[in-house]
Design a protein around this ligand. Structure first.
Ligand SMILES: NC(=O)C1=CN([C@@H]2O[C@H](COP(=O)(O)OP(=O)(O)OC[C@H]3O[C@@H](n4cnc5c(N)ncnc54)[C@H](OP(=O)(O)O)[C@@H]3O)[C@@H](O)[C@H]2O)C=CC1
Ligand SMILES: O=C(O)C1=N[C@H](C(=O)O)C[C@H](O)C1
Length: 233
């Protein structure tokens, strides 16, 4: 498959290596807005750039009828517009706040636990995410997905907020520390004990492999998708 990489930083470079190891041809490595010319006729685009440029990048690819796998976080207020564009241009779009298999299993576990806790009043809930000091957005896209998984399964919560949980506002502590690739925890605390579920990424390889697997999966598909569709979770 011919893959164009839009965004060629920490993630783009690892995706490049993994895509080539899996037999794909990387036809573009961009650090600028994609165009019909610089994309070099790919079967699919993998977009890992910056929150402030992701929307324009994805839009440009979809308008050229190229399917897009997007891992960039922090731009989702415009997701509906992008999903509309994918349909209008008869192509495909897949967003994942986190492409690793482990985190997607963690998402399913989190939803199940939230459902179990919905009628248990003894426990308060708090989220925590820890990332490297270069990260531009807070909270992480993954933490937002975890929060949404809890809010959708536990009517005690209406929305998420940064910092501490208050009433129906589920709190997310966002910590920036050294070169941490990504650690996410959900805590349920009572007066006598604590339940914690935690995912720790040791490096970025799981995210990159998941993005390439998603690119392989999306070929010839049309519409809007997520990693749940790819992994059948
Ligand atoms: N969904 C997931 O599984 C994961 C998501 N992420 C997310 O992916 C995104 C990228 O992460 P990461 O690779 O670590 O970040 P980096 O900052 O390392 O890379 C971003 C890259 O985008 C380039 N860039 C700048 N402007 C443009 C533009 N207009 N078009 C295309 N590229 C541009 C930058 O170029 P320059 O170097 O010149 O500035 C840089 O190479 C972040 O939003 C992060 O949160 C990260 C890991 C996993
Ligand atoms: O910026 C990162 O590095 C990461 N971003 C994603 C997020 O915001 O959730 C995924 C992963 O945790 C690494």
């Amino acid at each position: 498959m011919k893959i164009a990489l839009v965004g060629y930083g920490k993630m783009g470079k690892i995706i490049d290596e993994i895509a080539q190891k899996r037999g794909h041809e990387v036809v573009a490595r961009l650090k600028e807005t994609p165009t019909a010319e610089n994309l070099n006729n790919p079967d699919v685009v993998i977009e890992f750039s910056l929150p402030e440029v992701a929307f324009e990048n994805i839009k440009a690819c979809l308008e050229n009828k190229i399917p897009v796998i997007c891992g960039t976080t922090g731009w989702l207020e415009k997701r509906d517009e992008i999903e509309k564009l994918a349909v209008e241009n008869d192509t495909a779009f897949l967003y994942g706040s986190n492409f690793s298999l482990g985190v997607n299993l963690f998402f399913a576990l989190n939803e199940r636990l939230a459902d179990l806790m919905k009628n248990v009043d003894e426990y308060s809930c708090q989220l925590e995410e820890i990332h490297h000091i270069h990260k531009k957005d807070a909270p992480s896209g993954t933490a937002i997905s975890i929060a949404e998984g809890i809010i959708n399964n536990n009517p005690k919560f209406e929305a998420w907020k940064l910092e501490e949980t208050q009433g129906d506002q589920l709190g997310i502590f966002a910590i920036r520390e050294d070169e941490v690739p990504g650690t996410h925890s959900v805590f349920y605390r009572s007066e006598v004990d604590e339940i914690e579920i935690k995912h720790t990424a040791f490096n970025r390889n799981g995210f990159a492999l998941g993005a390439v697997v998603a690119a392989e999966w999306i070929k010839d598909k049309k519409g809007n998708f997520g990693m749940k569709d790819v992994l059948g979770l």
